[in-house]
Design a binder for this molecule. Structure first.
Ligand SMILES: *Cc1c(COP(=O)(O)O)cnc(C)c1O
Length: 429
Protein backbone atom coordinates (compact mmCIF):
# COMPACT_ATOMS: atom_id res chain seq x y z
CA UNK A 1 0.00 0.00 0.00
CA UNK A 2 1.37 3.39 -0.98
CA UNK A 3 2.01 5.90 1.78
CA UNK A 4 0.35 8.48 -0.48
CA UNK A 5 -2.79 6.50 -1.29
CA UNK A 6 -5.33 9.02 -0.04
CA UNK A 7 -3.55 11.93 -1.71
CA UNK A 8 -3.46 10.03 -5.00
CA UNK A 9 -7.16 9.11 -4.84
CA UNK A 10 -8.20 12.66 -3.99
CA UNK A 11 -6.05 14.14 -6.73
CA UNK A 12 -7.63 11.74 -9.22
CA UNK A 13 -11.05 12.97 -8.14
CA UNK A 14 -9.86 16.55 -8.30
CA UNK A 15 -8.67 16.09 -11.87
CA UNK A 16 -12.21 15.17 -12.93
CA UNK A 17 -13.64 18.30 -11.37
CA UNK A 18 -10.98 21.01 -11.53
CA UNK A 19 -8.74 21.67 -14.58
CA UNK A 20 -5.48 19.82 -13.90
CA UNK A 21 -6.82 19.02 -10.44
CA UNK A 22 -5.67 22.35 -9.02
CA UNK A 23 -6.80 25.93 -8.56
CA UNK A 24 -3.36 27.33 -9.48
CA UNK A 25 -1.18 25.53 -12.04
CA UNK A 26 2.18 25.01 -10.28
CA UNK A 27 0.47 23.10 -7.48
CA UNK A 28 -0.07 20.19 -9.86
CA UNK A 29 3.62 19.18 -9.61
CA UNK A 30 3.83 18.49 -13.35
CA UNK A 31 7.39 19.82 -13.58
CA UNK A 32 8.61 17.29 -11.04
CA UNK A 33 6.77 14.32 -12.51
CA UNK A 34 4.70 13.50 -9.43
CA UNK A 35 1.18 14.11 -8.19
CA UNK A 36 0.75 16.49 -5.29
CA UNK A 37 0.13 15.63 -1.67
CA UNK A 38 -3.20 16.80 -0.30
CA UNK A 39 -2.42 18.96 2.70
CA UNK A 40 -4.77 18.97 5.68
CA UNK A 41 -2.87 20.85 8.35
CA UNK A 42 0.14 23.03 9.03
CA UNK A 43 1.94 23.96 12.23
CA UNK A 44 5.02 26.16 12.38
CA UNK A 45 7.51 25.02 9.74
CA UNK A 46 5.65 21.78 9.00
CA UNK A 47 2.70 20.59 6.93
CA UNK A 48 0.78 17.31 7.17
CA UNK A 49 -0.90 15.45 4.33
CA UNK A 50 -4.14 13.50 4.25
CA UNK A 51 -2.21 10.21 4.62
CA UNK A 52 -0.57 11.41 7.85
CA UNK A 53 2.88 12.16 6.41
CA UNK A 54 4.63 15.30 7.62
CA UNK A 55 7.02 17.59 5.77
CA UNK A 56 9.39 20.37 6.69
CA UNK A 57 7.95 23.07 4.44
CA UNK A 58 9.77 25.70 2.37
CA UNK A 59 6.79 26.61 0.18
CA UNK A 60 5.16 28.73 2.88
CA UNK A 61 2.02 29.08 0.75
CA UNK A 62 4.34 30.61 -1.92
CA UNK A 63 5.52 33.40 0.33
CA UNK A 64 2.81 34.69 2.67
CA UNK A 65 3.60 32.54 5.72
CA UNK A 66 6.63 34.37 7.07
CA UNK A 67 5.53 33.42 10.60
CA UNK A 68 5.01 29.77 9.70
CA UNK A 69 1.77 27.78 9.50
CA UNK A 70 -1.14 28.46 11.85
CA UNK A 71 0.82 31.12 13.74
CA UNK A 72 -1.09 31.55 17.03
CA UNK A 73 -1.52 35.37 16.85
CA UNK A 74 -2.87 35.10 13.29
CA UNK A 75 -5.28 32.27 14.13
CA UNK A 76 -6.54 34.20 17.16
CA UNK A 77 -7.01 37.40 15.14
CA UNK A 78 -8.92 35.56 12.41
CA UNK A 79 -11.20 33.82 14.93
CA UNK A 80 -11.92 37.07 16.75
CA UNK A 81 -12.66 38.97 13.53
CA UNK A 82 -14.87 36.20 12.12
CA UNK A 83 -16.97 36.16 15.28
CA UNK A 84 -17.84 39.82 14.67
CA UNK A 85 -19.00 39.20 11.09
CA UNK A 86 -17.11 38.20 7.98
CA UNK A 87 -17.94 41.06 5.62
CA UNK A 88 -19.97 44.27 5.65
CA UNK A 89 -19.34 46.02 2.35
CA UNK A 90 -18.80 49.16 4.39
CA UNK A 91 -15.68 50.84 5.75
CA UNK A 92 -14.17 49.18 8.85
CA UNK A 93 -11.53 50.31 11.38
CA UNK A 94 -9.14 47.46 10.47
CA UNK A 95 -8.73 48.78 6.91
CA UNK A 96 -7.66 52.15 8.21
CA UNK A 97 -5.18 50.51 10.55
CA UNK A 98 -3.73 48.29 7.80
CA UNK A 99 -3.41 51.29 5.46
CA UNK A 100 -1.64 53.17 8.27
CA UNK A 101 0.77 50.27 8.89
CA UNK A 102 1.54 49.85 5.18
CA UNK A 103 2.13 53.56 4.55
CA UNK A 104 4.36 53.82 7.64
CA UNK A 105 6.47 50.82 6.62
CA UNK A 106 6.88 51.16 2.85
CA UNK A 107 8.77 54.29 1.72
CA UNK A 108 6.90 54.74 -1.58
CA UNK A 109 3.39 54.67 -0.09
CA UNK A 110 1.62 57.96 0.57
CA UNK A 111 -1.75 56.29 0.06
CA UNK A 112 -2.83 52.71 -0.53
CA UNK A 113 -5.87 50.79 -1.80
CA UNK A 114 -6.59 47.24 -0.57
CA UNK A 115 -7.61 44.52 -3.03
CA UNK A 116 -7.89 40.72 -2.84
CA UNK A 117 -4.77 39.41 -4.55
CA UNK A 118 -1.44 40.33 -6.07
CA UNK A 119 -2.98 40.03 -9.52
CA UNK A 120 -5.58 42.65 -8.68
CA UNK A 121 -2.88 44.90 -7.28
CA UNK A 122 -0.73 44.83 -10.42
CA UNK A 123 -3.61 45.14 -12.90
CA UNK A 124 -4.98 48.11 -10.95
CA UNK A 125 -1.58 49.79 -10.71
CA UNK A 126 -1.17 49.40 -14.47
CA UNK A 127 -4.60 50.92 -15.11
CA UNK A 128 -3.68 53.82 -12.86
CA UNK A 129 -0.36 54.29 -14.68
CA UNK A 130 -2.11 54.30 -18.06
CA UNK A 131 -4.89 56.56 -16.82
CA UNK A 132 -2.54 59.04 -15.19
CA UNK A 133 -0.06 59.27 -18.08
CA UNK A 134 -2.49 58.82 -20.95
CA UNK A 135 0.02 56.41 -22.46
CA UNK A 136 -0.65 52.82 -23.58
CA UNK A 137 2.62 50.88 -23.42
CA UNK A 138 4.21 48.86 -20.61
CA UNK A 139 7.75 47.60 -20.08
CA UNK A 140 8.26 44.44 -18.02
CA UNK A 141 11.11 41.96 -17.74
CA UNK A 142 11.53 38.40 -18.98
CA UNK A 143 10.90 35.89 -16.20
CA UNK A 144 9.15 38.36 -13.91
CA UNK A 145 5.62 37.41 -12.92
CA UNK A 146 3.02 39.99 -12.08
CA UNK A 147 -0.10 37.87 -11.76
CA UNK A 148 -2.32 36.63 -14.55
CA UNK A 149 -3.84 39.79 -16.06
CA UNK A 150 -3.62 40.02 -19.87
CA UNK A 151 -0.92 42.68 -20.08
CA UNK A 152 1.54 40.73 -17.94
CA UNK A 153 1.37 37.33 -19.66
CA UNK A 154 4.23 38.10 -22.02
CA UNK A 155 7.46 36.20 -21.28
CA UNK A 156 6.13 35.76 -17.74
CA UNK A 157 7.65 33.78 -14.89
CA UNK A 158 6.24 31.41 -12.27
CA UNK A 159 3.73 28.85 -13.61
CA UNK A 160 3.85 30.28 -17.12
CA UNK A 161 7.59 29.67 -17.19
CA UNK A 162 7.33 26.28 -15.51
CA UNK A 163 4.88 25.18 -18.20
CA UNK A 164 7.24 26.53 -20.88
CA UNK A 165 4.55 28.58 -22.65
CA UNK A 166 5.62 32.01 -23.95
CA UNK A 167 2.31 33.79 -23.38
CA UNK A 168 -1.26 32.64 -23.20
CA UNK A 169 -4.02 31.96 -25.70
CA UNK A 170 -6.89 34.27 -24.88
CA UNK A 171 -4.71 37.35 -24.60
CA UNK A 172 -5.49 39.40 -27.73
CA UNK A 173 -2.36 40.35 -29.70
CA UNK A 174 -3.53 43.98 -29.55
CA UNK A 175 -3.11 43.84 -25.77
CA UNK A 176 0.06 41.74 -25.68
CA UNK A 177 1.56 44.04 -28.32
CA UNK A 178 1.50 46.93 -25.88
CA UNK A 179 3.77 45.02 -23.49
CA UNK A 180 7.48 45.05 -24.12
CA UNK A 181 9.39 42.37 -22.22
CA UNK A 182 13.11 42.99 -21.84
CA UNK A 183 15.98 41.03 -20.26
CA UNK A 184 16.21 41.49 -16.48
CA UNK A 185 19.24 43.46 -15.29
CA UNK A 186 19.78 44.93 -18.79
CA UNK A 187 19.58 48.72 -18.47
CA UNK A 188 20.81 49.29 -21.99
CA UNK A 189 17.80 47.46 -23.41
CA UNK A 190 15.50 49.62 -21.30
CA UNK A 191 17.18 52.82 -22.48
CA UNK A 192 16.79 51.74 -26.10
CA UNK A 193 13.13 50.81 -25.66
CA UNK A 194 12.38 54.13 -23.95
CA UNK A 195 14.04 55.89 -26.90
CA UNK A 196 12.06 53.89 -29.45
CA UNK A 197 8.64 54.86 -28.03
CA UNK A 198 8.89 58.44 -26.79
CA UNK A 199 5.74 59.57 -24.99
CA UNK A 200 4.12 56.13 -25.33
CA UNK A 201 5.34 54.19 -22.30
CA UNK A 202 3.12 54.52 -19.23
CA UNK A 203 5.12 52.38 -16.84
CA UNK A 204 8.01 50.07 -16.16
CA UNK A 205 7.01 47.26 -13.80
CA UNK A 206 9.70 45.21 -12.11
CA UNK A 207 10.17 42.71 -9.31
CA UNK A 208 12.99 44.52 -7.49
CA UNK A 209 14.22 41.10 -6.44
CA UNK A 210 12.90 38.66 -9.02
CA UNK A 211 11.34 35.63 -7.35
CA UNK A 212 9.39 34.02 -10.15
CA UNK A 213 12.23 32.76 -12.35
CA UNK A 214 13.83 31.56 -9.15
CA UNK A 215 15.49 34.25 -7.05
CA UNK A 216 17.42 36.69 -9.23
CA UNK A 217 18.46 39.87 -7.43
CA UNK A 218 18.70 43.19 -9.24
CA UNK A 219 22.34 43.95 -9.96
CA UNK A 220 23.77 47.04 -8.22
CA UNK A 221 22.67 50.06 -10.25
CA UNK A 222 19.79 48.37 -12.09
CA UNK A 223 16.95 49.79 -9.97
CA UNK A 224 18.67 53.20 -9.75
CA UNK A 225 19.04 53.16 -13.53
CA UNK A 226 15.35 52.37 -14.01
CA UNK A 227 14.49 55.28 -11.72
CA UNK A 228 16.63 57.62 -13.86
CA UNK A 229 15.20 56.42 -17.16
CA UNK A 230 11.66 56.83 -15.80
CA UNK A 231 12.33 60.33 -14.51
CA UNK A 232 13.89 61.41 -17.79
CA UNK A 233 11.04 60.05 -19.93
CA UNK A 234 7.98 60.72 -17.75
CA UNK A 235 7.46 56.97 -17.21
CA UNK A 236 6.03 55.69 -13.92
CA UNK A 237 8.13 53.14 -12.05
CA UNK A 238 6.12 50.32 -10.47
CA UNK A 239 7.79 47.96 -8.00
CA UNK A 240 5.95 44.68 -7.76
CA UNK A 241 6.75 43.84 -4.14
CA UNK A 242 4.08 41.16 -3.79
CA UNK A 243 6.82 38.75 -2.65
CA UNK A 244 9.48 41.14 -1.38
CA UNK A 245 7.24 43.44 0.68
CA UNK A 246 7.82 42.65 4.38
CA UNK A 247 10.05 39.76 3.21
CA UNK A 248 13.48 41.17 2.34
CA UNK A 249 12.97 44.08 4.78
CA UNK A 250 9.91 45.50 6.50
CA UNK A 251 9.70 48.21 3.83
CA UNK A 252 10.50 45.73 1.06
CA UNK A 253 13.22 45.97 -1.56
CA UNK A 254 12.68 49.73 -1.87
CA UNK A 255 13.84 50.09 1.74
CA UNK A 256 16.68 47.60 1.30
CA UNK A 257 18.08 49.26 -1.83
CA UNK A 258 16.98 52.85 -1.24
CA UNK A 259 15.15 53.32 -4.55
CA UNK A 260 11.64 54.80 -4.39
CA UNK A 261 9.08 53.77 -7.03
CA UNK A 262 6.02 55.83 -8.02
CA UNK A 263 3.69 52.90 -7.38
CA UNK A 264 4.08 49.75 -5.29
CA UNK A 265 2.16 46.47 -5.44
CA UNK A 266 1.85 44.28 -2.36
CA UNK A 267 0.23 40.94 -1.55
CA UNK A 268 1.22 37.64 0.07
CA UNK A 269 2.67 38.57 3.50
CA UNK A 270 0.32 41.54 4.03
CA UNK A 271 -2.60 39.08 4.16
CA UNK A 272 -0.89 36.66 6.54
CA UNK A 273 -2.22 33.69 4.52
CA UNK A 274 -5.61 35.21 3.70
CA UNK A 275 -6.41 36.92 0.37
CA UNK A 276 -5.15 40.50 0.54
CA UNK A 277 -3.36 42.62 -2.03
CA UNK A 278 -2.65 46.32 -2.15
CA UNK A 279 -1.39 48.98 -4.49
CA UNK A 280 -0.33 52.43 -3.56
CA UNK A 281 2.14 55.21 -4.06
CA UNK A 282 2.31 58.91 -4.72
CA UNK A 283 -0.63 60.90 -3.41
CA UNK A 284 -1.08 62.80 -6.69
CA UNK A 285 -1.47 59.46 -8.47
CA UNK A 286 -3.61 57.62 -5.92
CA UNK A 287 -6.13 60.46 -5.72
CA UNK A 288 -6.90 59.83 -9.40
CA UNK A 289 -8.61 56.56 -8.40
CA UNK A 290 -12.40 56.45 -8.02
CA UNK A 291 -14.20 57.87 -6.15
CA UNK A 292 -11.73 60.72 -5.59
CA UNK A 293 -10.76 60.61 -9.28
CA UNK A 294 -11.98 59.12 -12.57
CA UNK A 295 -9.93 55.90 -12.86
CA UNK A 296 -12.13 52.98 -11.87
CA UNK A 297 -11.34 50.01 -9.65
CA UNK A 298 -13.53 48.34 -7.02
CA UNK A 299 -14.07 45.12 -5.04
CA UNK A 300 -16.95 43.54 -3.11
CA UNK A 301 -14.64 41.86 -0.59
CA UNK A 302 -11.74 44.36 -0.72
CA UNK A 303 -10.51 45.23 2.77
CA UNK A 304 -12.34 42.19 4.12
CA UNK A 305 -12.23 42.37 7.93
CA UNK A 306 -11.14 38.76 8.50
CA UNK A 307 -8.34 38.99 5.94
CA UNK A 308 -7.26 42.39 7.21
CA UNK A 309 -7.09 41.01 10.77
CA UNK A 310 -4.75 38.23 9.60
CA UNK A 311 -2.57 40.78 7.84
CA UNK A 312 -2.45 43.13 10.81
CA UNK A 313 -1.54 40.30 13.19
CA UNK A 314 1.25 39.18 10.85
CA UNK A 315 2.69 42.65 10.36
CA UNK A 316 2.53 43.29 14.12
CA UNK A 317 4.45 40.07 14.86
CA UNK A 318 7.12 41.18 12.38
CA UNK A 319 7.87 44.26 14.51
CA UNK A 320 9.44 42.02 17.15
CA UNK A 321 13.03 43.24 17.51
CA UNK A 322 15.55 41.10 15.65
CA UNK A 323 13.00 39.64 13.21
CA UNK A 324 14.78 40.55 9.98
CA UNK A 325 18.22 39.85 11.46
CA UNK A 326 16.97 36.36 12.36
CA UNK A 327 15.61 35.77 8.84
CA UNK A 328 18.84 37.08 7.29
CA UNK A 329 20.98 34.88 9.53
CA UNK A 330 18.98 31.75 8.76
CA UNK A 331 18.96 32.50 5.05
CA UNK A 332 22.69 33.16 4.96
CA UNK A 333 23.46 29.99 6.92
CA UNK A 334 21.27 27.77 4.74
CA UNK A 335 22.62 29.24 1.49
CA UNK A 336 26.23 28.91 2.59
CA UNK A 337 25.89 25.36 3.93
CA UNK A 338 23.99 24.12 0.88
CA UNK A 339 26.61 25.62 -1.41
CA UNK A 340 29.44 23.93 0.54
CA UNK A 341 27.61 20.60 0.55
CA UNK A 342 27.13 20.83 -3.22
CA UNK A 343 30.82 21.66 -3.68
CA UNK A 344 31.82 18.65 -1.55
CA UNK A 345 29.71 16.39 -3.77
CA UNK A 346 30.84 17.96 -7.03
CA UNK A 347 27.36 19.23 -7.93
CA UNK A 348 27.08 22.35 -10.12
CA UNK A 349 24.95 24.66 -8.00
CA UNK A 350 24.33 28.40 -7.86
CA UNK A 351 22.52 29.63 -4.77
CA UNK A 352 20.85 33.03 -5.23
CA UNK A 353 19.51 34.61 -2.09
CA UNK A 354 18.18 37.84 -0.64
CA UNK A 355 17.26 37.55 3.05
CA UNK A 356 14.95 34.60 3.62
CA UNK A 357 14.15 33.88 -0.05
CA UNK A 358 16.52 31.71 -2.05
CA UNK A 359 16.79 29.43 -5.08
CA UNK A 360 19.14 26.55 -5.78
CA UNK A 361 19.87 26.65 -9.51
CA UNK A 362 21.43 23.47 -10.84
CA UNK A 363 23.99 25.25 -12.99
CA UNK A 364 27.51 26.57 -12.41
CA UNK A 365 26.01 30.05 -12.91
CA UNK A 366 26.04 32.95 -12.44
CA UNK A 367 22.26 33.53 -12.73
CA UNK A 368 21.39 37.19 -13.35
CA UNK A 369 18.64 36.79 -15.92
CA UNK A 370 16.01 34.42 -17.25
CA UNK A 371 18.39 33.27 -19.98
CA UNK A 372 20.92 32.24 -17.34
CA UNK A 373 18.24 30.70 -15.07
CA UNK A 374 17.19 28.52 -18.00
CA UNK A 375 20.67 26.99 -18.15
CA UNK A 376 19.72 25.02 -15.03
CA UNK A 377 19.64 21.27 -15.33
CA UNK A 378 15.92 20.54 -14.87
CA UNK A 379 16.47 16.79 -14.62
CA UNK A 380 18.77 17.42 -11.67
CA UNK A 381 16.17 19.74 -10.12
CA UNK A 382 13.48 17.09 -10.47
CA UNK A 383 15.70 14.45 -8.86
CA UNK A 384 16.56 16.87 -6.07
CA UNK A 385 12.90 17.69 -5.42
CA UNK A 386 12.00 13.99 -5.32
CA UNK A 387 14.93 13.11 -3.05
CA UNK A 388 14.13 15.91 -0.63
CA UNK A 389 10.47 14.93 -0.56
CA UNK A 390 11.43 11.36 0.34
CA UNK A 391 13.50 12.85 3.17
CA UNK A 392 10.38 14.69 4.39
CA UNK A 393 11.23 18.12 3.02
CA UNK A 394 8.79 20.02 0.82
CA UNK A 395 10.23 22.47 -1.73
CA UNK A 396 8.50 24.51 -4.40
CA UNK A 397 7.91 22.02 -7.25
CA UNK A 398 9.76 24.02 -9.90
CA UNK A 399 13.30 25.18 -10.56
CA UNK A 400 11.91 28.63 -11.25
CA UNK A 401 10.51 29.39 -7.82
CA UNK A 402 11.88 30.45 -4.43
CA UNK A 403 12.29 28.64 -1.12
CA UNK A 404 10.96 30.67 1.77
CA UNK A 405 12.33 30.48 5.29
CA UNK A 406 9.89 31.48 8.03
CA UNK A 407 10.34 32.63 11.60
CA UNK A 408 9.22 29.13 12.61
CA UNK A 409 12.18 27.36 10.95
CA UNK A 410 14.69 26.39 13.64
CA UNK A 411 18.47 25.94 13.26
CA UNK A 412 17.80 22.19 13.62
CA UNK A 413 15.33 22.34 10.71
CA UNK A 414 17.96 24.03 8.56
CA UNK A 415 20.59 21.46 9.57
CA UNK A 416 18.19 18.65 8.70
CA UNK A 417 17.74 20.29 5.28
CA UNK A 418 21.47 20.43 4.54
CA UNK A 419 21.98 16.83 5.66
CA UNK A 420 19.10 15.69 3.44
CA UNK A 421 20.44 17.65 0.45
CA UNK A 422 23.94 16.27 0.84
CA UNK A 423 22.42 12.79 1.09
CA UNK A 424 20.61 13.28 -2.24
CA UNK A 425 23.73 14.65 -3.93
CA UNK A 426 25.89 11.81 -2.57
CA UNK A 427 23.83 9.42 -4.67
CA UNK A 428 24.53 11.37 -7.89
CA UNK A 429 28.17 10.32 -8.19
C1 LIG B 1 2.43 35.99 -6.44
C2 LIG B 1 2.78 37.19 -7.22
C3 LIG B 1 1.81 37.95 -7.89
C4 LIG B 1 0.37 37.53 -8.01
O1 LIG B 1 -0.24 37.47 -6.78
P1 LIG B 1 -1.58 36.56 -6.65
O2 LIG B 1 -2.03 36.83 -5.26
O3 LIG B 1 -1.15 35.16 -6.91
O4 LIG B 1 -2.54 37.05 -7.66
C5 LIG B 1 2.20 39.13 -8.49
N1 LIG B 1 3.48 39.52 -8.46
C6 LIG B 1 4.44 38.82 -7.85
C7 LIG B 1 5.84 39.33 -7.83
C8 LIG B 1 4.12 37.61 -7.23
O5 LIG B 1 5.08 36.87 -6.69
Amino acid sequence: MSPYEKSAALFKAASELIPGGVNSPVRAWQAVGLTPRMIVRGAGARVFDVDGNSYLDYVGSWGPLILGHAAPPVVAAVAAAAALGTSFGAPTPGEVELARVLCAAVPGLDMVRLVNSGTEATMSALRLARGATGRPRLIKFDGCYHGHADSFLVAAGSGVLTQAIPGSPGVPPEIAGLTLSLPYNDLEAVGQAAGRYPGEIAAIIVEPVAGNMGVVPARPGFLEGLRQICDAAGILLIFDEVITGFRVARGGAQELYGVKPDLTCLGKIIGGGLPVGAYGGRRDLMTQMAPSGPIYQAGTLSGNPVAVAAGLATLAALTEPGTYEDLEEKGAWLARELASAAARKGVDLTVNRVGSMLTLFFTAGPVNSLEEAKKSNLTRFRQFFQGMLEAGISLAPSQFEALFISRAHTPEDLEQTVIAAEGVWARWN
